[in-house]
Write a protein that binds this ligand. Structure first.
Ligand SMILES: CC(C)(COP(=O)(O)OP(=O)(O)OC[C@H]1O[C@@H](n2cnc3c(N)ncnc32)[C@H](O)[C@@H]1OP(=O)(O)O)[C@@H](O)C(=O)NCCC(=O)NCCS
Length: 157
C-alpha cells in the first residue's frame, strides 16, 4: 500500500527537462505508455501546452497534463496524478490551468476523451461541468484486455 502524499503542490509550465519524470509516471498508469522522447517533443512544440504538478517536499512530479491547440479548439491529450497524491484536487487544478491557458490563447472549447470504464476520470470531468458529446465504440485497443469504448467530452471556454 502506497503512503498518501499530502503536502503543498505547485503547478508550472512543463519543459523538456520534465519529460523523464512524466514518462515514468505515464508508464505506471497507461498502456501503451508515452516514452521520454514523446513528452520532450510535446513540451517543446509550439502548439502543445504541458503543465506539471510538483510537490515541494519531497520535490517530485506528482501529476501532469498535456494539451494541444488547433485554431480555436484545444484538446487534452493526457492527464495523470500519481496514486499517492490523488483526491487532493491536483487534476482539477491541472485541467483548470490548461483551460485558462487555452482560453487566453484563443480556444473556445476544450475537448477530451476517456475510457468508458474509467469511473474516476468520468466523475472528475462531470464535476468540472464538461458536457458529454458522444461515444466511440472499441476506440481503445489494448494488448491484454478487450477494446474499451471512449466517451468524448467538451467544455466551453
Ligand atoms: C483521474 C485522475 C486524473 C484524478 O486525479 P485527482 O487529482 O485524484 O482528481 P481530483 O482530486 O481533482 O478530483 C476531483 C473530483 O473528481 C472526482 N474523482 C476523482 N477521483 C475519483 C475516484 N477515484 N472516484 C470517484 N470520483 C473521483 C471526485 O468528484 C473528485 O472530487 P472530490 O475528491 O471532492 O470528491 C487520477 O485518478 C488518475 O491519474 N487516474 C489514472 C490516469 C487517468 O485515468 N487519467 C485520465 C485519463 S482521461
Amino acid at each position: 500500500m502506497l503512503a498518501a502524499l499530502t503536502c503543498a503542490v505547485s503547478l508550472r509550465v512543463a519543459t523538456p527537462a520534465d519529460a523523464e519524470a512524466c514518462s515514468t509516471l505515464h508508464a505506471e498508469l497507461f498502456e501503451p505508455a508515452w516514452d521520454r522522447a514523446s513528452f520532450a517533443s510535446f513540451f517543446s512544440h509550439p502548439a502543445a501546452r504541458g503543465l506539471v504538478a510538483r510537490s515541494i517536499a519531497p520535490a517530485q512530479t506528482v501529476g501532469f497534463i498535456v494539451g494541444q491547440m488547433a485554431a480555436d479548439e484545444a484538446e487534452v491529450l493526457t492527464l495523470a496524478v500519481s496514486r499517492e497524491a490523488r483526491r487532493q484536487g491536483i487534476a482539477t487544478r491541472l485541467i483548470e490551468a490548461l483551460a485558462e491557458t487555452a482560453r487566453v490563447a484563443g480556444a473556445r472549447v476544450l475537448y477530451l476523451e476517456v475510457a468508458a470504464e474509467n469511473t474516476a476520470a468520468l466523475a472528475l470531468y462531470r464535476k468540472l461541468r464538461f458536457a458529454e458529446r458522444g461515444r466511440r465504440p472499441g476506440y481503445y485497443v489494448r494488448a491484454n484486455a478487450p477494446p474499451a469504448d471512449a466517451v468524448t467530452f467538451a467544455l466551453a471556454l
